[in-house]
Design a protein. Structure first.
Length: 335
């Protein structure tokens, strides 16, 4: 029988050893960056708090490879050399608390994939490669290519949106070019992984992508929703787990690199159920926004703050209004 995975176990991802199996997935901090996409003190303190809270690994929020690819004007950027020193401050704060950190490399989307010329695709590819190389220079332990949630690489991967008639009709071709460019410019210690849709549009495509990306050399797969929230509610596995977490568990059966599962993991029991389903790492997103000390508390067997699953997450609007955090503060004041 396979040994039971403990939340406190480290996981080896390429050259990087996590502190435990809890990863804080990328979550954009709206309203923190200016239009120049530069890191502010608020970013540094946010990531320092998450690292001091005991996370095994942090994947920093979607950081854009070009000003045109931003979701909003106040998203972090990595399109210019003068953005590197600010990003380095985050890395130093997180490393100072003993936690490894990857950076999510992002481009929003294009209006019409079919209308892009080969030259335009090459320029997007080069922007991704340059962004990853800057992340390496800033000291990140690795990068996560953003390949799901309807964004650019996801548009390429999903056959419903990719109707091109050239080699890029296979979305993996662009990812391979990006991967090769980054690998050629970095040492083998620098980790390259991807956030991928489990259902793109179905689980069989998600599994196909995962196997091909492992064969390409990518070192981890952080599994989430695909294009426009593509998901298969009938995906096999424990019905208490979210569809992407079930998809992640199915994908982990077909690859040997670490797979991460996400969505709605709020308690130690939730996290253990995900590990029991077979994945190597559990992502804890909004519950760590509510309580940055979630990993440390849960690993000690103490109750931690948990996300209340609001219809619209206030962290997209005004974090001070997050009801989960307000409740936690009230509880802490009473103690
Ligand atoms: C405020 C906010 C910002 C997010 N930003 C990103 C992002 O930058 N990149 C990404 O891949 N997912 C992003 N997500 C999705 C989260 O990484 C995660 O998949 C989602 O919150 C579900 O996990 P949870 O239930 O543990 O929160 C974001 C989610 C929230 C709530
Ligand atoms: S605002 Fe609501 S959904 Fe967002 S982290 Fe707080 S409790 Fe969770």
């Amino acid at each position: 029988m396979a040994p039971v995975k403990q939340l406190s176990d480290p996981v080896q991802i390429g050259s990087v050893r996590t502190r435990n199996r809890i990863c804080i997935p990328p979550m954009v901090l709206y309203g923190h960056a200016g239009e120049d996409g530069m890191v502010t003190d608020a970013h540094v303190e946010h990531y320092r708090a998450l690292a001091e809270g005991g996370a095994g690994l942090i994947i920093q929020e979607a950081t854009c490879v070009s000003p045109e690819g931003r979701l909003r004007q106040d998203q972090l950027g990595i399109w210019a050399e003068d953005q590197v020193p600010g990003l380095k401050r985050i890395v130093e704060a997180v490393h100072g608390a003993g936690c490894p950190i990857f950076l999510q490399i992002h481009h929003g989307a294009v209006r019409d994939l079919s209308a892009l010329s080969a030259l335009e695709i090459e320029s997007l590819r080069d922007a991704f490669i340059d962004g990853c190389l800057r992340a390496c220079r800033a000291g990140y332990d690795g990068v996560e290519l953003h390949g799901c949630h309807s964004y650019l690489l996801c548009q390429f991967l999903n056959r419903r949106t990719n109707r091109r008639r050239d080699p890029y009709a296979d979305g993996l071709v662009l990812i391979k070019e990006i991967y090769d460019g980054v690998r050629a410019g970095t040492s083998p210690d620098f980790v390259i992984g991807i956030r991928l849709g489990a259902f793109e549009p179905g689980l069989s495509e998600g599994i196909g992508h995962a196997k091909a990306l492992e064969a390409m050399g990518l070192q981890f797969l952080d599994i989430s929703y695909g294009y426009a929230g593509e998901m298969d509610l009938t995906a096999p596995g424990d019905p208490k787990l979210s569809p992407p977490a079930r998809g992640a568990a199915e994908i982990q059966k077909t690859v040997s690199i670490p797979v991460f599962a996400v969505e709605g993991i709020r308690t130690r029991a939730d996290a253990e159920a995900v590990l029991a389903a077979g994945v190597e790492i559990t992502d804890v997103g909004r519950s760590a926004l509510v309580d940055p000390n979630w990993p440390e508390k849960v690993l000690r067997g103490e109750p931690a703050g948990a996300c209340m699953g609001c219809r619209t997450c206030q962290w997209r609007i005004d974090p001070a209004r997050c009801p989960g955090r307000i409740l936690l503060r009230k509880k802490e004041e009473k103690q």
